[in-house]
Design a protein around this ligand. Structure first.
Ligand code: PAF
Length: 306
């Protein structure tokens, strides 16, 4: 199974590192290559394990031929980059390639499904591992967690599915196959709808989102997410979501959310695919999403000030 990783952000390098270390054929050849979004002449990268020990490893860069023969292509890019990243390579990739997104797919599937061939299959890989870029080609693994994988478009034969799961479990660990990945996608979205804008707008760590001052806001966000999800055919429980989000904020209490980090570094945020996505679905289903809309606008206003 030939695998290409697209993107060299923190998650891209983490996936590339774990997979290239674990997946080799019987002759000892590496079956994993990296397709960087910006060309590089570097031949090595640095990887720091959670114990802070850093080591250098060689890159295998993908070229047109490698991406054309790839069985699996994993797009490790931000939600707003998914469509352009796919556009850049979709004329090269095979008709039966398995495409995996590390973004949860909500909001991006609508954009990319017209570009997919009926024989291609799209999967969402919901990672809860943490990684941080300490320099352009130096990534540090910051946290382990359980991950889910499931189909969001097309079909996958059971032999390929088993082989893929084995490979990913060997490299990324703690991965389970989800027959119904929609529930997991929406749970991840709900977590991000609460923790990301509250932490970014108030410049606070994840744990502080659990403070009483944000409780009412959190409840409003969740009830709007649940109402919109119901219209999309996904049934979620407000009580369980509140508990889940509380636990995520607690277990990552000293972390800076990705949106807070983006705002601090004056980078584009993923707000359009988080609270902005809830706002758009609210309009589609004629539901008011006052709190999500307010947060979407507030983060956009912050970005406009950069
Ligand atoms: O976006 C993030 O930072 C993460 O998904 C989460 C779970 C909010 C924790 O930091």
């Amino acid at each position: 199974m030939n695998i290409v990783i697209v993107g060299q952000g923190a998650i891209g390098l983490l996936c590339y590192h774990r997979l290239s270390q674990a997946i080799i054929n019987q002759q000892g050849d590496n079956l994993v290559s990296l397709w960087p979004s910006t060309p590089t002449t570097l031949s090595d990268y640095l990887f720091s394990e959670m114990n802070d020990i850093a080591k250098s490893f060689p890159f295998t860069m993908a070229d047109n031929q490698l991406i054309a023969s790839a069985d699996v292509i994993i797009f490790c890019v931000k939600s707003y980059q998914v469509t352009d990243a796919l556009k850049a390579v979709d004329h090269l990739i095979s008709d039966d390639a398995v495409i995996i997104l590390t973004h949860n797919g909500l909001g991006t599937l609508e954009e990319i499904s017209p570009r997919l061939k009926p024989s291609q299959c799209l999967l969402a890989l919901l990672l809860t591992q943490g990684a941080k870029k300490v320099a352009p080609y130096h990534v540090k693994h910051t946290g382990m967690g359980h991950s889910d994988l499931g189909i969001i478009y097309g079909t996958l034969d059971s032999i390929k599915q088993k082989q893929l799961l084995e490979h990913l479990n060997k490299s990324l660990k703690q991965l389970s196959w989800q027959e119904n990945i929609q529930q997991a996608q929406w749970k991840k979205l709900a977590i991000n709808c609460v923790i990301n804008p509250i932490s970014a707008l108030n410049d606070i760590e994840n744990g502080e989102v659990n403070q009483k001052a944000y409780q009412r806001m959190t409840e409003d966000i969740i009830s709007e997410v649940v109402a919109v999800a119901t219209k999309e055919g996904v049934i979620l429980s407000e009580v369980l979501l509140r508990q889940l989000i509380h636990n995520v904020a607690k277990s990552t209490n000293r972390n800076t959310s990705s949106m807070r980090a983006d705002v601090r570094n004056k980078r584009r945020t993923e707000i359009e695919y988080i609270n902005g996505y809830i706002h758009r679905l609210g309009e589609k289903h004629k539901l008011t999403t006052a709190m999500n809309t307010q947060l979407w606008l507030a983060v956009k206003a912050l970005e406009d000030k950069y």
